[in-house]
Design a protein around this ligand. Sequence first.
Ligand code: APR
Length: 230
Amino acid sequence: MIRKKIVVLTGAGVSAESGLRTFRDSDGLWEEHRIEDVASPLGWKRNQQLVLDFYNQRRRDVLKAKPNAAHFAIAQLEEKFDVVVVTQNIDNLHERASSTKVIHLHGEIFKSRSTVDYKLIYKCEGDILIGDKCEKGSQLRPFIVWFNEAVPMIEVAAKEVSSAELFIIVGTSLQVYPAAGLINYVHATVPKFLIDPKAPDVSFVRNITCIAKKASEGMSELTDILLKKY
Ligand code: APR
């Protein structure tokens, strides 16, 4: 039996119930930090310590977090479907919930990279400190895609999305491009689902069902329906 292909686009909301903060909710990270200070090349140029502290804290938070029912429900779809997760998140909760195909558009918190050679990437479980250097002697930085930086995985993600037979969006405000633009690569006839208690406006999208629930509840229900229906 041919397994239908599902692509799941996730954002910070899918990890909210794991205790990780989102960005644009009322208690979001961008309420406390200026994006240009901690998530931009200019910020890195101005104050590397401030940027390292921000991501060192994110990494400690992720180390303490566990996948929630939404991550497990997405992984459970692999029982019957060919599932690709395209995430904007830098945590590894999809992988820890056993999703096998995860594309990180905005990087990964447990990696660091050279600042002179983007191909030099290292595992990083602890803090990155000033003075931590790559083998070419440059200061290490978080393996994160900052604002105004290229999104190397966007073409790979767009290719996966364009061949989706079912498309699920969980926990993203769809405000950051090019990630948010991926929805335009899904064929109009493909059934789409959006799970978010405060869903962004998707009235321009054809064939979409909005489930105004938290990710753990909404995704568990959707997985049950899809596993029964197909
Ligand atoms: N379940 C489902 N959705 C939730 C939950 C929850 N428990 N809690 C919040 N949400 C929703 C919010 O309603 C919002 O629509 O998750 C979304 C979070 O939006 P953002 O905070 O903007 O996060 P995201 O869309 O992932 O941001 C995209 O912006 O700052 C950059 O690089 C950063 O990857 C990030 C990108």
